[in-house]
Design a binder for this molecule. Structure first.
Ligand SMILES: Cc1ncc(COP(=O)(O)O)c(C=O)c1O
Length: 306
């Protein structure tokens, strides 16, 4: 259960945790239209707290609003400011942040153009999403019977609330079958992504991941890893991946704000490589954690001090 903190930013004000509620007629609760983000704030070696790639996350939040024709009442700068305010108000040094823009109560029905557009930023403490052991040893994944949405059925490039029913169903199916995470194929049968993560494989030294024209979220951690891989001189290929390419990969891993860089040691009972964390995964994991935790002083442009 999420540990109760003190304040949540709601529509421009810091309100008490227990008072941050919505009415049952909240439009987004019924119809799922709204955009959200997941952002992490890390405590670095020097003791300072920094939000990782805040600008890009809030940019994607506004992209989601643009695609759904939702006009937020607040600017990007105000939402970014709210992220810092929530961290300070709760005296947090590390946390996960959840900015959310949604349609409030008013009229009911599908078309309610006059309902208020509301915004909130919530912070909570969140350790390793798939567990500390997952980061060290890797996880077991299962290809889901649920496909990722066709690009014209959903807005793949947005973190749109209602779209996550597919992810929740896929995750439930995987967990009930004894696996840690689900991998979704796209409607054409190619590998897409995890329920809340992008997916990478390594084959013969080449780092591969589905390209952006596929039905994946344009992950900010994905972009981080691609940037770091290029810096490390690792050849990178963005393109279609088949299920058997995944099964036969030398290494595989997930990336995401919540999952960070989580190795995958098994897919559908096929061991990936030798079942341990491979050298390229390990190197990229080290670079990623080095930057967010402050032992690597590169890419300060990705960090916003709280
Ligand atoms: C479906 C999906 N894919 C990928 C990701 C990874 O994106 P990011 O690295 O920006 O957190 C997420 C998490 O936000 C997600 O929900």
């Amino acid at each position: 259960m999420v540990e109760k903190l003190h304040k949540i930013w709601v529509d421009g004000e810091l309100v008490d945790w227990d008072d941050a509620n919505v009415h049952l007629l909240t439009h987004s609760l019924h119809y799922g239209l709204g955009a959200f983000e997941g952002v992490r704030c890390y405590k670095r070696e020097d003791g300072g707290s920094f939000i990782f790639r805040l600008n890009e996350h809030i940019g994607r939040l506004f992209d989601g609003c643009k695609m759904t024709l939702i006009q937020p009442k607040f600017t990007r700068e105000q939402i970014m400011q709210a992220c810092g305010d929530v961290i300070r108000a709760n005296k947090l040094d590390e946390c996960y942040l959840r900015p959310i823009v949604f349609i409030g109560a008013g009229d009911m029905g599908i078309y309610c153009p006059n309902n208020p557009v509301r915004a909130a930023v919530i912070a909570w403490r969140w350790g390793a999403y798939l567990g500390d052991q997952a980061l060290k040893k890797g996880i077991r994944a299962k290809i889901s019977s649920f496909a990722r949405h066709h690009v014209n059925v959903s807005l793949a490039k947005g973190k749109i609330m209602g779209q996550y029913t597919g992810s929740v169903l896929a995750k439930r199916e995987a967990k009930l079958a004894g696996y840690d995470e689900a991998i979704l194929l796209d409607p054409q049968g190619y590998v897409s992504e995890g329920s809340g993560e992008n997916l990478f494989i390594v084959k013969k030294g080449v780092l591969m991941t589905p390209d952006l024209s596929s039905s994946i979220l344009e992950g900010i951690t994905r972009d981080t890893i691609l940037t770091l891989a290029r810096e490390e001189g690792i050849p990178v290929h963005e393109g279609r991946l088949t299920r058997d390419q995944l099964w036969l990969a030398d290494e595989a891993f997930f990336t995401g704000t919540a999952a960070e860089v989580t190795p995958i040691r098994e897919v559908d009972n096929r061991t990936i490589g030798d079942g341990t964390v491979g050298p390229i995964t390990r190197r990229l994991q080290e670079r990623f954690f080095g930057i967010v935790k402050g032992t690597d002083t590169s890419h300060v442009e990705w960090l916003s001090r709280v």
